[in-house]
Write a protein that binds this ligand. Structure first.
Ligand code: GLA
Length: 730
């Protein structure tokens, strides 16, 4: 009898399972033009059918057969786990308490939560029946921007702890004939260089294992041109992706034997096994995807629209045009040096002065990079009047004031290092490597989080109304480890979680201050940091020719409104290159304009030019900040010219930047077609910041069709010739 009861119960279970899957569940995550379609198979696995042009009636997928031979593994899955019949790189790999590593996720339920008219969140619950491990796939769709973000929540519903060996944010299967990858590599002073390649079978990964300054070597973003032999701005289908995570990341592209591509993106599994106690969950960072039907240009514009509305901290605030003290004064200044600079800000029409490194430390004064980090009191011998005096001096003249901090760091030569050796990132018993004579503070430790928050807080309290903070981080992690945490393999993840906790507290208390993320230049250029920071310092390389390449790459993924870009002195301090002041202004004005030099060293003509260029920038900068970016000619392309334009959303105004990057004989005259204008409008065209124009059509009115289909042919034939054109509809 007892036996029979058991069998009945078992039968009921089976029946429930069968009835649950007898009916295929179809899930469509949709934007205005794009959809991701998933559905259950007979066994309850969630398959991934489609990412691309929107499919109106997804019931068409019912009964879908891929004809993939079963010995090639399963059909593409929405979130493949190690185990079962899946043998490509898994999105999730778990080791259970009994040592087994097999996970078989089955669909449980899903719901759609409408956030507002534009945004909806789809949550899909999957579960491994045997171990009760649950995974919630969270897709957020942004209709107008054609962006879908994905992350997961992994919950240990079992009775014993489990170890997550990999836990990616998303798995994206793609099916095309060819996959042409564009990604971004670099180094200090050479960030966001463009690398392009046709993907072949096997795995290609881009990643960082540096913990901090994670975007110097590779950026966690890419573009994928489908069914194409190369990259095209205006034509073809393109997927663009970017991960919002300020720590180690990995994005892998695996083309298997059926020519399907699977893209995994998320936290780098490197040295990061994560133990999940019973009842605990791991929330992975967001992977941001868009799909374009009009080339890479549209993919960029979708990401920028999303970023300005949802991805970056308050893009409605325009970061003021500024003078930064670093390259003009370095560590060598007193109050008078700085008040003179503030006067120069006013004189040239800039809007803010930023006091960079060197203002703090008394026992160990910060007179070079070797001492003082950690001791955040004003240096009384350099600045006896205090910071508040400088802030007042600036504000009295209508100039905003910003200041530099590097709160995650400590010089061994500092009072802080003596007080808190336990706060330093280190591996017990080993020497602590220095980079730029400094150590890293351990943000996985809540005491350190309090300290770092306190540095920001006290800096803000030094004077009422500090307008801007430049937050720097000049080293990465080496010899990783923490005295605070028990499980060393949690260090990399908990550092980033600690970093975000500090930033959350800062934003709660200081929602309005403008904060820049700098990490030796562009070491923190990603959407995880940008949730809290208004802008980034794009690169320590301020030289205009280098900046063309850095900004071209950066703005493929991140909008111009977040990319700090400064005019500096010549010969340039990083490259020794000498470029004309106009070229330097024209390059810097395509981002958030600033200057970083000693204005005293400028001639009267240079100052006059700067005044004019800054005044005209203020007239069109709303286009740079909020307009649609059209890349007209790539700096990597034939002809050695670079051109781009920003167009207002209503297409009534536009600004075009054009540059000659190399002399190559007088024979080649560029022809720039101004895609992005409205063919039905007529535009007046004027050239800015010149006495004599470089284009015969300056001052004339042109039909939109002429500018789009014929374009402009400015005379940019000598190295570093440059031009800025402003167009306005009649
Ligand atoms: C880093 C930054 C620079 C400057 C210096 C100051 O290198 O990227 O912009 O702030 O630190 O030490």
């Amino acid at each position: 009898m007892k036996h029979l009861k058991k069998i009945n119960a078992l039968l009921a279970c089976v029946l429930f399972a069968v009835s649950a899957y007898a009916e295929t569940v179809m899930i469509s995550v949709e934007t205005d033009n794009v959809s991701m379609v998933m559905g259950t198979d007979k066994s309850g696995e969630l398959l991934f059918y489609h990412f691309g042009g929107r499919i109106a009636d997804v019931s068409a997928f019912k009964g879908f057969r891929s004809y993939r031979r079963s010995d090639y593994g399963t059909d593409p899955m929405a979130y493949p786990a190690a185990g079962g019949r899946y043998f490509n790189e898994p999105a999730l790999a778990v080791e259970y308490a009994d040592g087994y590593g097999n996970t078989e996720l089955k669909y449980v339920s899903h719901k759609v939560v409408r956030i507002d008219g534009n945004v909806a969140r789809t949550e899909i619950v999957l579960e491994d029946r045997l171990t009760s491990l649950k995974v919630v796939l969270v897709y957020t769709s942004y209709s107008r921007e054609d962006v879908i973000t994905c992350h997961t929540e992994i919950l240990n519903g079992g009775k014993k702890p489990v170890t997550l060996k990999s836990y990616y944010s998303s798995s994206l299967p793609v099916k095309a004939d060819k996959y042409f990858l564009t990604h971004f590599y670099g180094a200090w002073a050479r960030e966001m260089q463009v690398d392009q390649e046709m993907l072949t079978h096997g795995i290609k990964t881009i990643e960082s294992k540096k913990g901090v300054r994670t975007t110097h070597t590779e950026n966690p973003s890419f573009m994928l041109s489908l069914n194409a032999d190369g990259f095209d701005e205006n034509y073809g289908e393109v997927i663009a992706g970017a991960l919002a995570w300020s720590g180690n990341f990995r994005i892998s592209f695996q083309m298997d034997e059926t020519d399907e591509l699977n893209v995994l993106a998320g936290i780098n599994p490197y040295a990061s096994e994560y133990r999940l106690e019973r009842g605990k969950a791991m929330v992975t960072p967001d992977m941001i995807y868009t799909y374009s039907f009009a080339g890479a240009g549209q993919a960029t514009r979708n990401l920028h629209d999303w970023a300005r509305r949802y991805g970056c901290y308050d893009s409605s605030v325009m970061c003021p045009a500024l003078l930064n003290s670093w390259e003009g004064a370095y560590f060598d200044f007193n109050t008078k040096t700085l008040t003179d600079m503030i006067d120069d800000v006013k004189d040239m029409g800039l809007e803010m002065f930023v006091l960079d490194d060197g203002w703090f430390g008394n026992r160990y004064p910060r007179n070079d990079a070797k001492s003082g980090l950690g001791d955040w009191e004003t240096n009384v011998s350099k600045l006896p009047e205090g910071i508040d005096y400088l802030v007042r001096y600036a504000h009295d003249r209508g100039v905003k004031f910003g200041i530099w901090i590097e709160p995650e760091m400590v010089n061994p030569k500092s009072e802080l290092a003596a007080r808190h050796p336990d706060w330093v990132v280190k591996s017990a018993g080993r020497e602590i490597p220095q980079i730029r004579s400094q150590w890293l503070l351990d943000l996985s430790n809540p005491e350190v989080q309090d300290f770092v928050f306190g540095v920001f807080d006290r800096t803000m309290q030094m004077a009422p109304g500090i307008d801007y903070i430049k937050w720097d981080a000049n080293r990465h992690v080496e010899s990783f480890g923490s005295e605070h945490i028990d499980r060393q393999s949690h260090f990399f993840v908990e550092y980033v979680q600690g970093f975000y906790e500090v930033l959350r507290r800062i934003r709660e208390k200081y929602p309005e201050v403008i904060v820049q993320a700098c990490a030796s230049g562009g070491g923190r250029v990603e959407y995880g940091a940008l949730k809290y920071f208004n802008e980034v310092w794009t690169s320590d390389n301020t030289e205009a020719l280098s900046r063309v390449f850095i900004q071209y790459g950066t703005n493929m993924i991140y909008p111009a409104c977040v990319t700090g870009s400064h005019v500096s002195a010549v010969p340039n301090h990083q490259t020794a290159n000498v470029t004309p002041l106009k070229f330097r202004f024209d390059v810097a004005s395509a981002g958030r304009l600033g200057m970083e030099l000693q204005p005293k060293d400028m001639t009267a003509e240079e100052r006059e030019f700067a005044r004019k260029a800054i005044a005209s920038y203020k007239e069109y900068r709303d286009l740079v900040f909020y307009g649609d970016l059209y890349r007209i000619h790539s700096p990597y392309g034939k002809g050695d010219h670079y051109a781009l334009m920003y167009v207002s959303k209503d297409k009534r105004r536009a600004v075009v930047f054009a540059y000659c990057l190399r002399y190559q004989g007088r024979a080649l005259v560029p022809q720039f077609r101004l895609y992005g204008l409205d063919p039905d409008m007529r535009y007046s065209l004027k050239e800015l910041n010149v006495d004599k124009s470089r284009f015969w059509g300056a001052g004339k009115v042109f039909d939109g069709t002429y500018l789009i289909n014929q374009g402009i042919n400015p005379q940019l034939m000598k190295v570093y010739d440059s031009a800025v054109y402003y167009l306005e509809a009649e």
